[in-house]
Design a protein around this ligand. Structure first.
Ligand code: SAM
Length: 228
């Protein structure tokens, strides 16, 4: 079987059905094949002992690779049209976000998100964590109104009118919260409210980025750009 990472909450020795089917139907797993299992904070080399489904495995060796940024990184992207949040969740997971919570803002076109869509975004986070070798799957939470964003110790809000650059204010010793506006941008009073909650407006360059590009650029500057 080719190398594979399977998500197995609790590393219980039994794979969830979805993961089992992938192993059996796509990878044609056989008893004795080896693969990697991971959950929120553990990773291990495992061996298939029973095909099931569900596939049963035994752990051969635990590993603890360092794949996290080292501080909590919460991303608050505004609710976006269509399937654009999927792209944000996938990239944000690869870039080390630990929590993703969409915001309902004045200019967001969608004002809510259904249970089905939330589940899809959570599944995308699991897939992206697997693909990027992360042990920790970021929490993807239901949307909240912007006014319910908590007070933060360190926050950055992407804003076209800002003068400050990320590298001038970023401190990766402190937990980080990041906010990005919707297609129509934040209303000025929303930026002011976020500032009261501890967010500093930051500038992402001279071009107007799509909201999903802006979320990815902001996060990339804070994590990938710092070698984290
Ligand atoms: N017409 C909108 C405005 O004036 O705000 C454009 C919104 S832009 C498509 C969507 C979001 O991406 C913005 O609310 C902001 O958070 C972020 N953004 C896009 N380009 C940016 C830039 N160059 N600097 C900072 N933030 C940016």
């Amino acid at each position: 079987m080719r190398p594979h990472r399977a998500y197995s909450p609790g590393l219980t020795g039994v794979l969830p059905l979805r993961e089992s089917r992938h192993l059996l139907e796509v990878l044609r797993a056989k008893v004795g094949d080896r693969f990697t299992v991971f959950d929120a904070d553990r990773e291990a080399l495992a061996e298939v002992v029973e095909l099931g489904p569900p596939v049963r495995y035994r752990i051969l060796e635990e590993r603890r690779p360092e794949r996290e940024v080292g501080v909590e990184v919460a991303l608050y992207p505004a609710l976006l049209k269509g399937d654009k949040l999927s792209e944000v969740v996938r990239a944000a997971t690869e870039l080390g976000a630990t929590r993703i919570q969409p915001l309902v803002t004045r200019h967001s076109v969608p004002k809510e998100m259904g249970e089905g869509k939330l589940k899809r975004l959570q599944a995308i986070a699991v897939e992206a964590a697997k693909q990027s070798g992360r042990l920790r799957v970021p929490e993807v939470l239901p949307p909240i109104p912007l006014k319910e964003v908590p007070q933060v110790g360190q926050g950055l809000v992407a804003h076209l009118g800002a003068k400050v650059l990320v590298r001038e204010v970023l401190d990766l010793k402190k937990p980080l919260a990041l906010a990005v506006g919707p297609e129509g941008g934040f209303a000025e009073e929303e930026v002011e409210l976020l500032q009261e909650k501890g967010f500093t407006p930051v500038f992402l360059g001279r071009r107007i980025l799509r909201a999903e590009t802006a979320a990815i650029a902001l996060l990339a500057l804070c994590t990938a750009g710092e070698g984290r």
